[in-house]
Design a protein around this ligand. Sequence first.
Ligand code: G3P
Length: 221
Amino acid sequence: MEFFIDSADTEAIRELCAYLPIDGVTTNPTIMTKSGKEPERVFDELCEVLTEDQKIIAQVVSADYEGILAEAEKIASIRGGRNVVVKIPVTREGLRAIPVVKGRGASVLATGIYSPDQAFWAAKAGADYLAPYVNRMCSYGDGVGQVVELVQTLARYGMGAKVCAASFKNVDQVHQLLAAGCPAVTVAPDVIRAMVGHPGTAIAMEEFASDWEKAYGRTSL
Ligand code: G3P
């Protein structure tokens, strides 16, 4: 499975990549603006922080078909196109553009997915990844359950598209998708840190250190 960071905060990405085997980074236009940097600078920094084995997954901004195609070319040229994926929204224009961008040799992640049916059509259009917005879908119904069902539907048809679940607001949502075998997730840095850190672990480490020092008068083996 693949685990991506959903962020354009290159310092947070650097910190997390230092101790976790992260598979790459996803961004969207809003996430890019939160960096406070020009998009070109963010892409340069991502190329510096990530290895070429880690994917850079960036989104088009234009909504019209021609604009999507032009921006897809621009994104696909980042880092010479190595392990780069173009995010295209599942609008009518986006669905029209997906097979064309694929035909030009780029990998595609279909984004802005709020229903399994939108995801199904993006898979039919040839998208490599499908990004349902799990937490946002929860505003309309059982977001987690619908994404679990989507994973099962794609498997049933043997469709090649991978679900890359996105828009998580808490650890439990991520946990449920991982438990269901979701092949990829993209998660914001604060939720990733919450997945890794547990107060129980910190307490246990303190006990071990304290017991050891009391018994042996030193803090190392
Ligand atoms: O990258 C798309 C998705 O992760 C959006 O997340 O937090 O804005 O719902 P959010």
